[in-house]
Ligand binder design. Structure first.
Ligand code: AMP
Ligand code: MG
Length: 341
């Protein structure tokens, strides 16, 4: 694999540009949108991204130059094509198109969910994992099978991070809610039963969030936060375990901002140990949304000839990972892995 790619992430709250090559992340500059009150407002987030696009792009080019990589060394521009907030995606795509035209290099459209998986494979020893991707907007269990990353299970309503954030807002806690729920949960003294919603391999968090809010009327914040976490995490661990059993894979990779949660990691670790599987968690900077993952999958796609015409570079707010033909792995990837073990 060869090349240097500048990638831009901006599906939701984090606007982030990075330059990577096959060895490492050369530079990364980010600027986060922080809502003054409540959750993410899509139009305000997009306005933030428009305002800071030149700051992050110039910044990352300057950082890379200091390390001997100037703009003439960039082989392609990649951007998050979806899924994400439409207004944010359009803003970032416009910046990416402009850069590709200015530098006269190809444009690569990256699926955001797959970027989480590939950066995890890059930055941990995982080779062919079942990935639990739990972020603000997304909750999916993904694994590679016959040319595509298949979605083995997913949320039927909101992402787990958003479910935590919604509860936190209703409870008068600030945004984002996940880290605060984790802190409160540590001081709990009892478990309160809450709706455990797994349908086949799919998940639902909306009712759980409402029930947790209701439970606050008669219970302490600590007990509710603890019970909410235990219930939601048991649901995602169950689906991940069944995906492992079904695919016969022996690695689990955790991705997405909710993956910062130590209790979730502990539960996944226990499940993996019991099944004889390896459990991998990337460094925190590669877990939440980041430009490096978009640049890295951009590099893999660029190397395998997977580039876009500017005319066909429209964004897709509902872009599914299983819509993407995986051009960057050998067709016999799974068999090779099996013979390597
Ligand atoms: P992302 O969309 O991947 O950038 O992740 C953001 C989401 O992660 C937000 O919804 C946060 O509430 C959630 N989050 C961040 N830290 C934690 C944590 N320690 N525990 C649970 N959720 C978290
Ligand atoms: Mg994400």
């Amino acid at each position: 694999m060869k090349g240097t790619v500048l990638g831009i992430e901006g599906t939701a709250w984090n606007l982030s540009a990075a330059i990577v090559n096959e060895q490492d992340v050369i530079a990364e500059v980010s600027d986060m949108y922080r809502p003054p009150t409540g959750g993410i407002h899509p139009r305000e987030a997009a306005q933030h991204h428009a305002k800071y696009a030149s700051y992050v792009v110039k910044g990352v080019l300057e950082e890379a130059k200091k390390k001997g990589v100037d703009a003439s060394k960039i082989d392609a521009i990649s951007f998050s094509q979806g899924p994400g907030l439409g207004a944010c995606l359009r803003t970032v795509a416009t910046a990416a198109r402009m850069l590709a035209i200015t530098l006269d290099v190809p444009l690569v459209g990256v699926n955001h969910c797959l970027a989480h998986v590939e950066v995890g494979r890059w930055k941990t020893p995982a080779t062919d994992p079942v990935t639990l991707y739990v972020s603000g907007a997304n909750s999916q269990v993904l694994a590679y099978r016959m040319g595509r990353y298949r979605v083995f299970g997913e949320t039927l309503d909101i992402g787990l991070g958003n479910a935590f954030d919604k509860f936190a807002r209703n409870a008068g806690l600030g945004h984002p809610g996940g880290p605060q729920i984790e802190q409160f949960a540590k001081g709990a003294s009892k478990y309160i039963p809450l709706p455990y919603v797994v349908k086949g391999m799919d998940l639902s968090f909306s009712g759980l969030s409402t029930a947790a809010t209701e439970a606050l009327k008669n219970n302490s914040m600590k007990d509710v936060c603890y019970s909410y976490q235990e219930t939601a995490f048991a649901m995602v661990v169950e689906v991940t375990e069944r995906a492992l059993a079904h695919t016969g894979k022996n690695e689990v990779l955790l991705a997405g901002g909710v993956g910062a949660n130590m209790r979730l990691r502990e539960m996944l670790d226990i499940m993996c140990t019991e099944r004889g599987a390896s459990f991998y968690v990337p460094e925190k900077r590669f877990m939440g949304d980041n430009g490096a993952m978009i640049a890295y999958l951009g590099l893999l796609m660029y190397d395998s000839g997977n580039i876009l015409d500017i005319e066909n570079s429209h964004v897709n707010p509902n872009f599914r990972p299983d819509d993407v033909d995986v051009t960057w792995l050998p067709k016999d990837f799974e068999e090779r892995r099996e013979t390597c073990i």
